[in-house]
Design a binder for this molecule. Structure first.
Ligand code: FES
Ligand code: FES
Length: 149
């Protein structure tokens, strides 16, 4: 089946199987920033934005993005690089497997809630598991980034 949508601002048409998930469609299309961690809706590594809302692409049917806008980290490179500087400053940058999803989540959070409380930040990023850090350094980095410090 043919699915038409916008990917990072560009019109695309993908020929996909009816039960295909967005994670596989995007990776087959060459978007390798979208990571396959658990492939079971548990780790958050496959997060992308659909019409600016975070979704787990490993459990989101590609057919559902018909006519919508899909955003991956490629579209927010500058913002991701800036966030990465804050991660480095706090020692939160390790293997980087979870970083694309963090950048997309923070991008969406900034638009949804520009001045989040600590609890709201934690709630927003809770689904993105990191195998390397203890979350404290990432939390501090995100907080400083959002506060522009
Ligand atoms: S790969 Fe989708 S949640 Fe883990
Ligand atoms: S830095 Fe390795 S998974 Fe998060």
């Amino acid at each position: 089946m043919l699915v038409k949508f916008k990917l990072n601002g560009v019109d695309v048409e993908l020929n996909v199987k009816p039960g295909e998930y967005l994670l596989d469609s995007l990776r087959n299309y060459g978007v390798k920033s979208v990571k396959k961690g658990c492939d079971a809706s548990s780790c958050g590594a496959c997060t992308v934005l659909v019409d600016n809302h975070p979704v787990l692409s490993c459990s989101y049917l590609t057919a559902r993005v018909e006519g919508k806008e899909v955003t991956t980290v490629e579209a927010i490179q500058e913002e991701a690089a800036k966030l990465s500087e804050y991660f480095s400053k706090e020692g939160a940058d390790q293997c980087g497997f979870c970083n694309s999803a963090f950048a997309l989540l923070i991008h969406a959070l900034k638009h949804e809630n520009p001045h989040p409380s600590d609890e709201e930040i934690k709630d927003y990023i809770v689904g993105n598991l990191c195998r390397c850090t203890g979350y404290q350094s990432q939390f501090k980095a995100i907080k400083a980034y959002l506060g522009g410090k």
